[in-house]
Design a protein around this ligand. Structure first.
Ligand SMILES: C[S@@+](CC[C@H](N)C(=O)[O-])C[C@H]1O[C@@H](n2cnc3c(N)ncnc32)[C@H](O)[C@@H]1O
Length: 208
């Protein structure tokens, strides 16, 4: 069991070519900083990163462009929904022949040798990584930015991979339905395990 066995189970998905207007898009969610996360692995050769919530692969591409030949295991449900922030993708993301995953694979096509995508629930995906006896160097939590979900993501990552660097996004998330849920989860998780954490801009890194 290894990265290669996981890759065999989850080969790069293929879709028919995207319509011209969409295929010319070179964006996706490339806005993410992660400015302080790649340096954590800067001396590591061929690091393995698990991203819980990959969307259109903006951060996955940043990891790959910044680090030494990493493997990024991207976990995402990649459903057929439309993002509020990018209505122009609606025709593709809601189309059952494509969906979010088609946009992800299109935008990440030049990085595909460094990516394994596991479609489905991120907790199930994380357990599958563990089953393949992979010990990631870093788990990046960027999925559902609500207290209970972030806490679950961190706790599962902690129990499966106790030595892995844990970090995540959207520290400043302050949804009207839940005030600062990410912060509450990270603080509670850190206190429970006796860890400290550092916040860089909108990202946090757990020290343990
Ligand atoms: C904030 S986006 C990820 C952004 C990405 N990390 C980046 O930096 O470009 C969150 C993603 O989580 C995914 N997601 C939401 N709930 C999920 C679940 N239960 N299991 C797996 N993925 C889920 C969504 O499909 C969405 O793509």
């Amino acid at each position: 069991m290894s990265i290669e066995t996981l890759r065999k189970v989850h080969p790069w998905p293929t879709f028919k070519p995207l319509p011209h207007a969409i295929a010319n898009l070179e964006r996706g969610n490339v806005k993410k900083g992660l400015k302080n996360t790649p340096p954590l692995l800067k001396d590591k050769k061929e690091p393995v990163i698990v991203e819980m919530g990959s969307e259109f692969g903006g951060s996955a591409r940043l990891f790959i462009d910044t680090l030494d030949n990493p493997t990024v295991i991207c976990l995402d449900a990649w459903t057929y929904r439309t993002h509020g922030w990018d209505k122009s993708l609606r025709g593709i993301t809601e189309n059952k022949q494509y969906g979010m995953l088609a946009v992800f694979t299109h935008l990440c096509r030049n990085h595909k040798d460094n990516i394994i995508c596991i479609r489905g629930d991120r907790l199930t995906g994380l357990k599958e990584v563990h089953k393949h006896e992979i010990k990631p160097d870093l788990v990046y939590v960027d999925c559902i930015h609500k207290y209970i979900h972030v806490l679950k993501d961190l706790e599962l990552a902690q129990s499966l991979f106790p030595k892995t660097i844990l970090c995540g996004d959207d520290w400043r998330m302050n949804h009207p339905s839940e005030r600062f849920g990410v912060q509450r989860a990270v603080k509670e998780f850190a206190a429970k395990h006796g860890f400290t954490f550092i916040v860089y801009d909108n990202q946090y890194v757990i020290n343990r």
